[in-house]
Design a protein around this ligand. Structure first.
Ligand SMILES: Nc1ncnc2c1ncn2[C@@H]1O[C@H](COP(=O)(O)OP(=O)(O)OP(=O)(O)O)[C@@H](O)[C@H]1O
Ligand SMILES: [Mg+2]
Length: 326
């Protein structure tokens, strides 16, 4: 079976009993009549299987709202709801609630990261313990080389710890395999990288649309307009059709922030998101982050700027791979 991330199943109207049972226990959104179903998954599915599924869904009088891509073998002929539901269930990654009780959302437990280099082992994190509650705005500070980016990379699952665990809403994210990790990240995390990491061959609006395409979190026809709104939010909509190489570092940084917000993630991890911005623009980004926190999001932001750090709800300071203030 192909491993494809499944992000959301949206059903309009009432399903018959067979389909209801097939999707039982999954995060299915029912809305409106006539009955319609949307199954959003990753972009890599086998097209012939997909067409078979679509035909079958039509047979069952369940018009599709949007593209369904399902990783099942064969031509899809004679597929039953149970056959569709099974791979979906196996791949299904729950989306974190955007708001909810103020319990611990993120827990770093005895986190150790040792980089192995030809020059020897380098302990970049030495037993980090940290709990972050839902709705906190955490500034991560510390000298260059203290381990800030390393810690963020463990939390986002971009790199694996040497030992210890990262729990997000009680999910041990490093116990997920690569494909589940990427689907989990796509749904739950917006990451702003220290060096932006925009795709150089895509325009800004394409860069911002890409996470939505990968996740299917928004219907195809809404994605471009949403991307444009996000570019407006960070005040670079006029550059939407330019390539990253055609704009300034600060503008690239703002595009990276827009991209991180693309799927409306409950958690945002931003590594020096204002490092290339002038004071006024940085100020606007912090105000945007504060606004997102007011909406129930949880933000971890690395910064060198003490004034900006003081506007977060909490400051965590690292020195030589250890937390010296939290
Ligand atoms: N891939 C790697 N291989 C070996 N050592 C690494 C690697 N990445 C980081 N390090 C080392 O780990 C330490 C922590 O690096 P990290 O990038 O986390 O620091 P930082 O606090 O983000 O610094 P800055 O403020 O300069 O971005 C540094 O001493 C760095 O040289
Ligand atoms: Mg760094």
């Amino acid at each position: 079976m192909n491993e494809l991330p499944v992000y959301q199943i949206k059903v309009q109207g009432k399903l018959n009993e067979e389909w209801t049972q097939a999707f039982g226990g999954m995060d299915v959104i029912y809305e409106g009549a006539p009955p319609q179903i949307t199954v959003f998954t990753g972009p890599l599915a086998d097209q012939s299987a997909l067409h078979g599924v679509l035909a079958r869904v039509h047979d069952l009088d369940l018009p599709l709202l949007s593209v369904a891509r399902i990783g099942i073998g064969g031509d899809g002929a004679g597929i039953t709801p149970a056959q569709i539901a099974q791979p979906l269930r196996a791949l299904y990654t729950p989306r974190l609630a955007q708001t909810g009780s103020n319990g611990r959302l993120i827990e770093l437990r005895d986190l150790v990261k040792i980089y192995r280099t030809p020059a020897g082992d380098f302990p970049a994190l030495r037993s980090i313990n940290l709990s972050v509650s839902r709705g906190e705005f955490v500034a991560v500070v510390g000298k260059s080389g203290s381990g800030k980016t390393t810690m963020i990379n463990m939390l986002t699952g971009i790199d694996r710890p040497t030992s210890g665990a990262v729990l997000v809403d009680e999910i041990d994210i490093h116990a997920l395999n690569e494909s589940k990790m990427s689907s989990w990240r796509g749904r739950n995390l917006g990451v702003v990288f220290q060096f932006f990491q925009l795709l150089p061959t895509l325009t800004l609006i394409e860069n911002v649309t890409l996470p939505m395409d990968l996740c299917g979190a928004y219907p195809l026809r809404e994605r471009r307009a949403r991307a444009l709104r996000l570019l407006e939010l960070v005040d670079i909509a006029e550059n939407a059709d330019k390539l990253p190489s055609e704009i300034s570092g600060g503008q690239q940084q703002r595009a990276a922030i827009a991209r991180a917000l693309a799927n409306d993630p409950p958690i945002i991890a931003a590594d020096e998101p204002t490092g290339n911005l002038d004071f006024r623009t940085a100020d606007a980004i912090i105000a945007l982050f504060q606004n997102l926190v007011d909406q129930g999001k949880t933000i971890l932001m690395v910064t060198h700027d003490n004034d900006l750090a003081s506007r977060a709800s909490r400051i965590v300071e690292l020195a030589d791979g250890e937390i010296i203030r939290s």
